[in-house]
Design a protein around this ligand. Structure first.
Ligand SMILES: NC(=O)C1=CN([C@@H]2O[C@H](COP(=O)(O)OP(=O)(O)OC[C@H]3O[C@@H](n4cnc5c(N)ncnc54)[C@H](OP(=O)(O)O)[C@@H]3O)[C@@H](O)[C@H]2O)[C@@H](O)CC1
Ligand SMILES: Nc1ncnc2c1ncn2[C@@H]1O[C@H](COP(=O)(O)OP(=O)(O)O)[C@@H](O)[C@H]1O
Ligand SMILES: [K+]
Length: 523
C-alpha cells in the first residue's frame, strides 16, 4: 500500500528532527536522493552522464536548497550545471556548495526570462526546485513567466524536486503555471497532491526518497492499493463454497434506451467472481441479458423479496421508469451494500450511509454537489478532485468513488484512496458500467467479511472505501492489459478481469481452496 501525506503532515514529522539539529542531514539525504534519481533516469534513457547539461531552477527556501545541493552532486559527476536563481536570496550553504562544485549561477529577471527559458528548454535536464511544501499559492512574477515559456518548449527531462512548483502538495490543485515533470522525486513520503488530479498530470512518475522521518508520520491523508494488497484482499472460494455462500448480487440497471449498460454491468460482476447475479428490470432488457449473459437469473419481484448480499443500481437507467426508480430507492434503503451508478444518483435521498458507494464521474459529481448546495461545476470538480470527493462523502455520508484518469474513493469517515492503474483507452462508453459490476461483485463477496479488512490494517467501518478502491484497481488493470496500447471496448475490460485476478492472486500464498485441498489429500 502506498501512503501519501499532506505537506503539513510531512513538516510535522520533520519537526522533531529539525529541533534536534538534523535539518542539514535531512537536506543532504533529500539532495542525494534527487541526484541519484536523475542519474538513474538518464541511465534508463540511455543518455550520457558526463557533459550532460543540467539547469536547476531555484527559489529562496529549502526546496531551492535541495535542488542546489543535488546539482552540486551532479556537477561532481561531470555534468554542466547552471542554477537559475528566481528569488533575491538562495539557501546559502547549498549555493556555496553548488559554486564550489563548479556550477554556473544566473539571476532570473523579467528581461532575461525568455533567454533563460530557451536555454533551459535546450538542456538535457531541468530540475524544478522553485517551491516545495512551503509554497503559499502559485508561482509569481518572473518565475511564472519562465515556467510558462518553458511549457511551450519543454526540456528533454523535467524533474520536480519534492513537488512540481506551484502545485498545492496537499490538494493537487494548481494556481498559475506549473512545469510538467517527467519525474517527481519527493522526500519522506508521497504528497497527497501528487496522487490526485490535476496534480498527478504534472507529477509524472513519483519516486519517494526516505529521509529518516518515516517513523514520525501520522495516519496517511491518502492511500493507494498495490497488487500485493489486492492479493491479500481479494476473496477466493473455500473447498465447500457454494454459489450462495460466495455472494449474490442483485442488479437493477438498464432501460429500453440503454439496455447494453445492464449487460455490461452484469458482465463486470460475473467476471469479478460473484456466486450469482439476479437481475430485476424491464422485460426487453431482461431478454437481452438472457441472450448475452445466460448465467444471469432474471426475476420480476421486488427488492424486498430478492435475496442478495449486495445491490448494483443505476447503470443505464431511465429516470422516467417509476418502478425501477422505486427499486433503486429500496436497494439503497435496504441496509445492504449498494453501488449506485449513473441514473441512480439523482434518485437517491441526500443523506445515505457508508455502505452505499456512489460512482459519479466529474460531471455527475458536480450535479450531485449542486443539488446538495455546494456550488461546484464540472470544471471546479476537475480542478479540485480531492476536495470535491471529500465534500460529497461528507455531505451524503456515503462512500464516493470519483471516476477519472485517477479514481478517488472517499469514505465519509477519514480513509481516502487514489488508484491510477489504467489507461486513457478506458474512456470508452460502457466502461463505467463494467466498473459498477466489479464493485457490486466485490461488495457481495467480501462486504460482510470484517476480519479480512481488519487483518489488512483497514478499519472495518471503512471497508466500503477499500472495496471500491480494489474494484477500481482491478478494472483499471484489466483495461490496461486488454488495451495494451490499442483501442478498447468495455466488454473486453470485463473479459480481462479474470486474467488480472489470477495474476495478482499469484502474489499471495493465501489461497484457502488450495490449502484446504492439500490438507484433504494428506488426511
Ligand atoms: N524542513 C526540512 O528540513 C526539509 C525540507 N525539505 C525541503 O524543503 C522544502 C520546504 O522548504 P521551505 O519550508 O523552505 O519552503 P519552500 O517550498 O522551499 O519555499 C518557501 C519559500 O518560498 C517563498 N514563497 C512561498 N510561496 C511563494 C510563492 N508563491 N512565490 C514565490 N515565493 C514563495 C517563501 O518566502 P516568503 O513568501 O516568506 O517571502 C519561502 O521562503 C520541501 O518541499 C523540501 O523540498 C527537504 O530538504 C527535507 C528536509
Ligand atoms: N483518461 C482516463 N484514464 C484512465 N481511466 C479513465 C480515463 N477516463 C475515464 N477512465 C475510466 O473509465 C471509466 C469511465 O466511466 P464512465 O465515465 O462512467 O463511462 P460510461 O458511463 O460510458 O460507462 C471509469 O472507470 C474511469 O475511471
Ligand atoms: K519544486
Amino acid at each position: 500500500m502506498i501512503s501519501a501525506y499532506t505537506g503539513t503532515q510531512i513538516r510535522e514529522a520533520e519537526k522533531p528532527l529539525l529541533d534536534s539539529g538534523m535539518g542539514a542531514v535531512l537536506m543532504q539525504r533529500a539532495a542525494y536522493g534527487l541526484a541519484h534519481a536523475v542519474v538513474s533516469e538518464l541511465r534508463t534513457r540511455g543518455s550520457r552522464l558526463y557533459g550532460c547539461s543540467v539547469v536547476v531552477l531555484t527559489g529562496k527556501g529549502n526546496n531551492g536548497g535541495d535542488g542546489l545541493f543535488a546539482a552540486a552532486h551532479l556537477a561532481g559527476r561531470g555534468m554542466r550545471t547552471t542554477a537559475v536563481l528566481a528569488a533575491d536570496s538562495a539557501h546559502p550553504d547549498a549555493l556555496a556548495a553548488f559554486e564550489r562544485a563548479g556550477g554556473r549561477v544566473v539571476h532570473l529577471t523579467e528581461a532575461n526570462a525568455p533567454d533563460l527559458a530557451a536555454q533551459a528548454g535546450r538542456a538535457d535536464v531541468v530540475i524544478d526546485a522553485l517551491l516545495g511544501t512551503g509554497a503559499q499559492g502559485g508561482l509569481r512574477g518572473s518565475a511564472a513567466a519562465l515556467v510558462s515559456l518553458l511549457a511551450e518548449r519543454p526540456p528533454r527531462l523535467a524533474v520536480a524536486c519534492d513537488v512540481p512548483s506551484g502545485l498545492n502538495s496537499d490538494t493537487g490543485e494548481t494556481a498559475g503555471p506549473v512545469l510538467f515533470a517527467d519525474l517527481t522525486v519527493t522526500f519522506g513520503g508521497a504528497k497527497a497532491g501528487l496522487l490526485a488530479d490535476p496534480g498527478a498530470d504534472y507529477a509524472g512518475t513519483v519516486h519517494v526518497v526516505p529521509i529518516g522521518i518515516e517513523d514520525g508520520l501520522p495516519w496517511p491523508a491518502l492511500r493507494r492499493l498495490e497488487p500485493s494488497d489486492l492479493a491479500t484482499l481479494l476473496p477466493s472460494p473455500s473447498r465447500r463454497s457454494h454459489k450462495y455462500s460466495r455472494g449474490v448480487l442483485g442488479v437493477v440497471a438498464g432501460s429500453t434506451a440503454y439496455p447494453g449498460a445492464a449487460v455490461l454491468a452484469c458482465r463486470g460482476a460475473l467476471a469479478a467472481g460473484v456466486g450469482m447475479v439476479r437481475y430485476l428490470g424491464p422485460p426487453d432488457v431482461a431478454d437481452l441479458i438472457r441472450q448475452s449473459c445466460p448465467e444471469v437469473v432474471c426475476s420480476t419481484g421486488t427488492v424486498a423479496d430478492t435475496h442478495v448480499q449486495a445491490w448494483l443500481v443505476g447503470s443505464g437507467m431511465d429516470g422516467a421508469d417509476d418502478e425501477q426508480m422505486q427499486h433503486v430507492r429500496d436497494a439503497a434503503d435496504s441496509g445492504l451494500p449498494t453501488v449506485a451508478d449513473a441514473g441512480a444518483l439523482p434518485a437517491l435521498p441526500d443523506v445515505l450511509a457508508p455502505q452505499v458507494v456512489l460512482t459519479p464521474h466529474a460531471g455527475e459529481l458536480a450535479t450531485l454537489l449542486q443539488r446538495l448546495g455546494a456550488g461546484m461545476d464540472r470544471e471546479a470538480v476537475e480542478a479540485a478532485t480531492l476536495a470535491a470527493a471529500r465534500q460529497a462523502a461528507g455531505l451524503t455520508e456515503a462512500t464516493v468513488l470519483l471516476k477519472g484518469a485517477t479514481t478517488l474513493v472517499a469514505s465519509p469517515y477519514q480513509d481516502f484512496y487514489s488508484q491510477s492503474d489504467g489507461t486513457p483507452w478506458l474512456a470508452t462508453a460502457g466502461s463505467g458500467d463494467v466498473l459498477a459490476g466489479v464493485i457490486g461483485a466485490l461488495l457481495a463477496q467480501v462486504g460482510s467479511d470484517v476480519g479480512r479488512f481488519r487483518a489488512a490494517g483497514i478499519d472495518p467501518d471503512e471497508r466500503w472505501a477499500a472495496i471500491a478502491a480494489m474494484a477500481a484497481s482491478l478494472h483499471a488493470r484489466a483495461g490496461a492489459a486488454a488495451s495494451n496500447g490499442a483501442p478498447l471496448t468495455a466488454g473486453r475490460v470485463a473479459e480481462a478481469i479474470p486474467g488480472i485476478w489470477d495474476k495478482v492472486s499469484a502474489l499471495s500464498n493465501q489461497r484457502p481452496w488450495e490449502r484446504n485441498s492439500r490438507s484433504h489429500r494428506l488426511r
